[in-house]
Design a protein around this ligand. Structure first.
Ligand code: SF4
Length: 341
């Protein structure tokens, strides 16, 4: 279904549920996400392992295979059509042929362990050029020019084009996957923990390159990682997930300076600091519950230091409790306290 839209919204996710069939019932990994991604922003998707963020990233693109399946929801992608107008398509309802046409040209996905998705028996140039030929009408000459531009953007020498993946370091392979992802100037890139396996120095350089590419191409980036330090570096806005749900969405500044949800506060308190007073890191007690059996009421209540009676019975709903800061927590049912403001 197509419809005209506000150009500022690039992606509008409504009530998205991605579940896994298991012999013990449905694991409700993503369990009703509403989220709007704005054009040209970097949106950081955060939360502990097992909170559902990678499943959400794949679910948005309908890239789930049994035993995972889309239980419900929409992901309306407003692709540019001409000038300042855009056209909305539901990524979860379009035929696979149309989705293939959107991939690379309009949306690129960098998966977890992207370094290992390169074909070991194909030179780098073949892997990038094949993607360009398949998804665009560029001539051979234009495609090669574009490939070298993209390699340069990620700090790789032209000679890398003639190499095989085994001749590259982990950081170089990751850069090749990023070069391939940006080769057709997509409007949206979804990157799922692309730098987690790399050492900190290489990670830092690649994050800097991603920032520059984003500014240069004006693309929108959804960046998935549990690493809050990476979000501090890269994100404009951050969504915090817990137990298959979004629990707080706000600007990166608000998330780090004034986190409102007790889970977000726990994540921020778990980030080690180099300067400042020495203090014991508290972390978040307990473990993420099983998606086969979420706790009733607020799913965070068994681990929450501020849990109240209502929390054990009623699930909190997302509400805006500060400008553009949306939180699902009963502490804010009557707005913010003076302590938090
Ligand atoms: Fe804690 Fe209750 Fe807020 Fe959940 S709703 S985070 S249990 S205070």
């Amino acid at each position: 279904m197509n419809k005209q839209s506000n150009v500022q919204t690039l992606l509008d996710i409504k009530n998205l549920r991605v579940w896994y069939k298991t012999t013990r019932g449905n694991a409700q990994a993503v369990d009703g996400i509403d989220l709007t991604i704005n054009r040209n922003e970097v949106f950081g998707l955060a939360g502990e392992s097992g909170c559902g963020k990678s499943t959400l990233a794949k679910g948005i693109l309908g890239m789930v295979r049994l035993p995972a399946y889309i239980e419900s929801g929409e992901a309306i992608f407003y692709r540019s059509v001409s000038g300042s107008s855009s056209m909305g398509v539901d990524l979860l309802a379009i035929p696979s042929g149309e989705m293939r046409r959107l991939r690379w040209r309009h949306i690129a996905y960098i998966p977890q362990g992207a370094m290992n998705v390169l074909n070991p028996v194909m030179r780098v140039e073949r892997q990038i050029l094949d993607a360009i030929y398949e998804h665009s009408n560029m001539s051979k000459e234009e495609a090669r020019r574009r490939m070298f531009e993209c390699l340069d953007m990620v700090g790789l020498e032209p000679a890398v084009a003639r190499m095989y993946p085994h001749e590259l370091s982990g950081g170089m392979k990751q850069r090749v996957t990023i070069a391939a992802a940006v080769s057709l100037k997509p409007e949206l890139i979804i990157a799922d923990e692309p730098t987690t396996a790399l050492d900190v120095n290489v990670q830092q350089v690649i994050l800097q390159e991603l920032k520059e590419i984003r500014e240069q191409l004006g693309l929108t980036l959804i960046y998935v990682t549990h690493d809050m330090a990476v979000h501090a570096e890269l994100a404009d806005r951050i969504g915090i997930m817990y137990s298959g749900l979004m629990v707080e969405i706000a600007s990166a500044v608000s998330i780090f300076k004034n986190p409102l949800h007790p889970y977000t506060q726990g994540l921020i308190a778990s980030i080690p600091t180099i300067g400042g007073d020495r203090s014991r890191m508290t972390g978040i007690p307990g473990a993420t519950p099983s998606p086969l059996d979420w706790p009733p009421g607020c799913r965070f209540h068994p681990r929450c230091p501020k849990a109240m009676e209502i929390c054990r019975q009623q699930p909190p709903v997302m509400r805006e409790v500060a400008p553009e800061q949306i939180v699902a927590c009963h502490l804010y049912n009557d707005g913010m306290t003076s302590e938090e403001q």
